[in-house]
Structures are given as C-alpha cells and as structure tokens.
Design a protein around this ligand. Structure first.
Ligand code: ATP
Length: 374
C-alpha cells in the first residue's frame, strides 16, 4: 500500500528563535531551524541537551520562552497541542491494555466521530505490517510490535508532522536496528515529516536525511549524516559521531587549497576547505582522521606507502579482532601521548602489539578543527 498523505508544504516545520528557560536555567538557547515537508529529521544529542524540550515546543506541550513555531504557513505558537496537525510517539507505547490492536488504532478516528473506520484501520495495520495481529491485546505483542501499533495510532488521523521521542529506547539492540529500518520505510510510504529525538548516533545516521547535533541547548551542527561524519566542525560533533583521532598540530603553511601542519616531527596535509580552524601559520589546529580511513603497514613495508599520503610512525599498543575488522591502538611519537585508533580490514600476522608500524591515509579524508575549543 502506498499512502501519500500530503503533497503540499503544510508539513514544513519552522522554528524562529525558539528558546526555553526554566528560572535561571536555559534548556534551549534561541534557535532557528527549518525542517522541510516530507523529510526525516533527527535531533541528536546526549541526555539533557534540550532535544525533548525542543520537540515538546513543536508539539505544543511546552510553551517557548521566546520565538515562534510555524507549521506550513501557520504560526502555531499559541495553539494547544490538539489543534496542531502534529502527533507524538513516546518511548512508553501508552497503548490501551484493555483494547485490542484494531481498537487501539481506531481510537483517534472514533473520538473524532468517524463512523466507518474499518478500511482506514486495516490499511494502517497493513502499513505497519500488523494486519494479522488486529484482534490481539497489546500484552500479546512484542515490544517492537507494540511500538508499531503506537506509530499506526499516531498516523491514523493523518498528521502533517510525526514527532518521535526516543521511540526505540525500550527495545533491545537487535530489535532497535530492525525498527529503525521499519520506521524509515513507513516514513517513505506516508511521505510526511518525521522529527525523531535520539541520543544514539547510529540510529540518527541510519534513519534521518538531516541530523541536528545538539549540545548544551544549542544546535552545534546540522547536516546530512555523511556530511556530519566526514566534515565535523567541532570536537564535540567529531567525538559524538563515532571515534575520531584528533592530533594536535601546528600550522606550517596555508594556501588556497591546502593546509600543511606539523605534528611532532611529521608533516601532514589537509584540504583548506575541510579545515574549520581559523588558525594561520604558527597557530594550533586539531587534525582529525577517522579510524577506518587509516591504512596500517608493518614498518618493514614502509617503502611501499604511496607518495602523497599523510603518514605517521608508531608502535602497536593493542589489537582487538572484532570479526569484520581489527581495531588497533597505536602509540605514535607525533601524537604526544595520544593513542591513534585504526580500524583495518586487511590482516597481517606481523601486526601484533609491540610491532613498529606506519599509518598512512589520504589528505582528502583529513579534517581540521579549532584547537582552542577542545
Ligand atoms: P534526555 O535524553 O535525557 O531526555 P534531553 O536532551 O531530551 O535529555 P531535555 O529533556 O530537553 O533534554 O532537558 C533539557 C534540560 O532542561 C535538562 O537539563 C533538564 O533537566 C531541564 N529541564 C527539562 N524540563 C524541565 C523542567 N520542567 N523544569 C526544570 N528543568 C527542566
């Protein structure tokens, strides 16, 4: 079944300077954010960073201290939740235990006085792949199935925007991964705006087209998952999204295209376009490289490293085989006590703790961050 609920811009969400304070404490600093109709948007951040408060201001469950909330062309800042074309799915499924699945989903329609609910409920149960379970009670379903009922129930009244507040938080890891793909499929089918709150970076990156990384009540960076991962602009974003090697270095030369830095005795190159640090020659910079972008060879094979690669020498401190790859911790003199993490798919029996190695990677995969913000 393909249910296209809307094709206009009524599912655009625009936050203009909305902020929230509780007494002297600022939970959300005034923020501007636009979520286009039909997108899958994630608010990602650690506990207490203000993502639920932001979501609740969109839902109307929390009144902003400043700013306005717009849905499509309408300013809804002062509308109560039930008058907004928005629905919310919470981590606790909040299903009615005494009603069967069909009636749980039909509830919103019946409350609005809709007489013939059968076809709509059946279509919705089909959408969430629970057509066979209609006459079961919630306690007879798994956690993932119950969460799908909660999604069906939230979608039955055709909201323009669905808000999801850590909806998968109560599920075990395997089910969580399945439900991430499931929610993504449902969003693609219904075509409405989904705004999803999570503290799980992998979840946000798997599901969302756009992710806002929040920290301390502010959006620290906004972008497509690949862009955030490959071009983090702050140390917080670099560290929150996966493992990052951040190597302290000093800018040697900087021209239009390249920044050349010194890390200990080694020179490293990175594209100027990927260096968000303003550091001029002589300034400090943090050079970032993701573990899986680094190739590792035994020191005896150093001569085979191609020209033009960034390279560091080091010694293997630890090696852990994790199935698809091996994770290494490398002590490198250039990193002044910092360990470099490498994730390598190639196997080489000589790459064991104590071995002298050369790490090398493409300058194109290197990014530069402002060392003063760390
Ligand atoms: P979590 O993932 O733990 O739910 P979050 O990022 O969603 O965290 P919020 O729930 O938005 O964070 O809370 C942001 C900050 O505002 C927190 O420090 C929280 O303690 C505070 N806060 C939230 N609601 C209130 C309230 N009603 N009164 C006072 N402080 C509040």
């Amino acid at each position: 079944m393909t249910t296209t609920m809307t094709t206009d811009n009524s599912g655009d969400v625009r936050l203009c300077g909305i902020g929230k304070t509780y007494g002297a404490f600022t939970a959300v600093h005034p923020l501007d954010l636009t979520v286009p109709q039909g997108s899958f948007f994630a608010l990602l951040g650690a506990s207490g960073c203000g993502k639920t408060t932001t979501l609740r201001m969109i839902a109307g469950l929390e009144q902003p201290t400043s700013g306005t909330v717009h849905l499509g062309d309408q300013d809804v800042t002062h509308l109560p939740p039930y008058k907004r074309p928005v629905n919310t799915v919470f981590q606790s499924y909040a299903l009615f235990p005494h009603l069967d699945i069909f009636e749980n989903v039909a509830f919103g329609l019946r409350r609005r006085g809709v007489k013939s609910v059968k076809k709509q409920v059946e279509d919705m149960l089909e959408l969430v792949q629970l057509g066979e379970q209609a006459r079961k009670k919630p306690h007879q379903l798994s956690g993932g199935q119950q969460q799908r009922v909660a999604v069906a129930r939230a979608l039955i009244n055709h909201p323009k925007v669905l808000l999801l507040d850590e909806p998968l938080g109560a599920l075990d890891l395997k089910l969580r991964r399945q439900m991430q793909l499931e929610l993504k499929r449902i969003q693609t089918e219904v075509g409405i705006t989904f705004i999803h709150v999570t503290h799980d970076q992998e979840e946000a990156m798997t599901m969302a087209d756009t992710v806002a990384v929040m920290n301390g009540g502010r959006v620290e960076q906004l972008g497509a998952p690949t862009d955030l991962y490959e071009n983090p602009k702050t140390t917080f974003v670099a560290n929150f999204l996966g493992t990052s090697n951040l190597i302290e270095a000093e800018v040697d030369t900087r021209d239009g295209e390249d920044v050349v830095v010194r890390a200990g005795g080694d020179k490293l190159v990175l594209p100027a376009a990927r260096c968000s640090a303003p550091a001029p020659a002589g300034g400090k910079v943090l050079v970032g490289i993701r573990p899986e972008k680094i190739a590792l060879v035994h020191a005896d094979d150093a001569g085979a490293v191609p020209q033009g690669r960034n390279r560091l020498t080091g010694k293997i401190a630890d090696a852990s085989f994790i199935g698809v790859s091996t994770q290494y911790v490398i002590d490198s003199p250039a990193c002044a006590g910092l360990s470099v993490y490498v994730q390598n798919v190639e196997r080489d029996a000589r790459l064991v703790p104590g071995a002298d190695v050369v790490l090398h990677w493409s300058p194109a995969h290197t990014f530069g961050l402002d060392a003063t913000q760390a």
